[in-house]
Structure formats: C-alpha cells, structure tokens
Design a protein around this ligand. Sequence first.
Ligand code: GLN
Length: 461
Amino acid sequence: MNANSLQNYLEALHRDCAGIDTGAVASYIPELGKADPDWFGIALITVEGHVYQVGDSRQPFTIQSISKAITYGLALEDRGTEAVLSKVDVEPSGEAFNSISLEPETGRPKNPMINAGAIATVALIEGNTPVAKLSHMLDCYEKYLGHPVVIDEDVYRSEKSTGHRNRAIAYLLRNSNIIEKDTDDVLDVYFKQCSLLVTCEDLAMIGATLANNGFNPLTGVRALQDRYVPAVLSVMSSCGMYDYSGAWIYEVGMPAKSGVGGGIVAVLPGQFGLAVFSPRLDERGNSVRGIAVCKKLSADFGLHMFHIGRATASSVIHARYDAAQFPSKRIYEPEQIRILSEWGQKVIVLEIQGDFAFNSAEIVIHESMRAIENADFLIMDFTRVGEIDERALTLITDFIHSLFELSKQVLITGFCQKHEFAKRIKQRIEVTANSPLLDCEDIDHALQWCEQNLLANRVSK
Ligand code: GLN
C-alpha cells in the first residue's frame, strides 16, 4: 500500500465512523462536558516517522488516563521494576477505572491503569515536591512528543474541585503506606497529569515511540528505556481499556490506553502508533468511535499482534552469492583472476535484511551453516538490518564464535551506521574470539580482504 492509499483509507474510515453518534461526553468532571461531541480525529504514525492524519487530529484535548501509561514508564525508570511492583500490581481488575481495587492484605492497587494504581505511580516518580515531580514528568512528555506540553488550567481546577473519589482512594493508599508522603501533593500532580493538553497527532506519536522501542521516530530522542517498553505495553494490553481490556485485546489485538477526554492510543509494536479522538464515551469511559476505528483498521489489515508475520529465508536474506560470481572491484593480474574465479566459491556473502529478531537470526544461522560448509570465508552484511534484538545478537555472536573454532573466517559489514549495535557486536566478538577482521567497511572491502587471503594461500601452496 502506498502513502496515498493509506491516507485515502483513513479518510474513508473517518467518514464511515463519523456516523456513529452513540455514547456521551464525560460530564463528571464538569469542564470535560464542554467538549464538542462531534470532534473526531484519527492519526497514525509509523516507526519510520510517516505521519497520516484525518479530521480533528490537531484539536487539543486533555490526555486524562492515557497519562497513566507514560507515568508508569517513568516510575519504572526512576525506581526499577521491583520497587514499582511492590507498590502497584499488574493484574487486570475487571472493574471500572475509578474502582477501589486494592489487594486486601497489602492495600496494593491492582494495576497502574486504574486511578488507584495511577495515583500510587505518581507517588513513585522522582521529585520531592509537586513542582519537581511535574517538571520531571513534563520533560518526559517532551521527549515523547518532540515539543513541550501545557496543562489545561480549567480542567485541572475542575478535576481538583470535584475529585473526591480520587481523594478517598489516595487516603486509602496512604493508610496502607502505598503512598508514603502527603496525599495532597500526589493528587495535585495526578490531577495535573490528567489535564495535560494533547492532540490526536501527539497521542499517535506517543504510540509510535512505544512501537519504536522507546525512541521518538522523528526526533530519534529516547523517551523510555527500551527495557521498560515491554512492561508498559503489557499493562496497556491487559488493563489499558479498563473493564473492556479482555475483549479489546481479543478483537483488536493491540496494547492500548484510553482516557475520558475521548482519546485512545493503540500500539502495534515495531510498526506504528494509532490514535483516535472522539469524546463520546461508552459506559466504561472508552471512546465509542475510537473503539470502532481501531476494530475496523485491525480487522481490515489483519493487525492483531498475534497475527505473526512469518520470517522466511527469502524475507531475511536479501542476497546470497560468492566471490566467483561477484568479485570485488579491485583490478587483478590475469593469473590472479584465474585463481579467484576458481577459488571464489570459498567466499560466501550473505546480505541480511529486516529487523533482526529470534526468527530471523535462526534463519540466518541456518543459511550460513549450509553456505559455509564448503567455503572458508563468510561475509555477513547488516546494512539492511533495522533493529537487532539482544537475544538474537547473542545467538549470532555464539554462532560466529563457533565458526571461528572451525577455522572459518567471518567478516561483518554494514555496521557503521548502526552505532550502538555495532559497538555491542564488536565488543562481544572481540571478547569471544580473535577475529581477523570485524570490519565496519562495505562488502567490497571485505571481499578484497578475502581475495587477498585466497591468493596468498594459493601462491604459498
Ligand atoms: N482524571 C480522570 C479521573 O481521575 C481520569 C480518568 C480516565 O481518564 N479514565 O477520574
């Protein structure tokens, strides 16, 4: 599908769903009741940073509960998994967002996506004063969005003056020492985080950043350490749509978070962030059109995250050839050319493509084993590889090491651009084996190095 056809598709989807007029704007926070029920925007941002948007995608509204996912990530970064889990569990409550779902013994909230868990999470983030906590939080948003965020002061005041149930929850949390400090300070930051103004485009960018392992796809800035991305997406999967979470993940199959302002953000890991804004809510507090849009998009393109795109040899190996078929560009003497055309099959080049995860690593290893059986040199080119999964990296470095033990020479090319991974793989292989050449240069240089070796061996023999 090209760019235009996706834009056209989203416009048609917007037209189709604009007819849905069930649900009602939230009014329990009086200021939210002022929203226009017909506002309706859709935005989709891919991990490559391609932005698609339709309708009221630039209309600001308050983020509300969607903020809970961001704060949870921040708390994990600030305190680590263990400390956070000791204060907030990760079990779906099956109850409404404002339910008092606390563990009987410990008073620990069921999960960070309901108000009780979110208030406890706010208490966990760094900052000794509400001002310090808020500014820490705003910095984090800026990383996700690529621009600063502001608070809707009217909504904040409205939340604060009517949020008695949240106050009751905070006192219960204080009573069981889940919150260890002043509840008013924590609540103040909670009300403010719910009142942050975002657009549908902003939410899609948050989604795309989570889909992109925590890196904003346009700015390249890291908003969340990649090791915490799975944790945030997990609680979004199991608890992000409140007491609709089970049916949501069953049908739509994307981690998501909704807010009573009318926003929903859904994430397809490794692919995109999708956001819908429409303030008409169902009885659970989820946007009615938002659910409809996500369901339709997921069904139309088979986007359920458990709909696994299979990696096959042809999708992982971009090209496979030897140095007799495609020698380097270097100019040789006729006799050298003769030797190289006779012995060039001893040098195999595998050009790998796509994200390098478990399944693709397995395929590369499998193909390499076959290829290297009758050869002496293996050039693995990573120029076309995107993300490299940590475990896949271990598999491949172990494999390279085993080839060294068989006295096969392995050369790695195309790593220069992928600075971080380049460093990681180089460090590991340099530690695990005495590679003759772990070269950042291109395939041609690697081929030349192998050719030189072939020639030297043939001449000396
Ligand atoms: N500020 C809202 C509240 O605490 C957030 C709830 C929501 O978006 N579901 O009630």
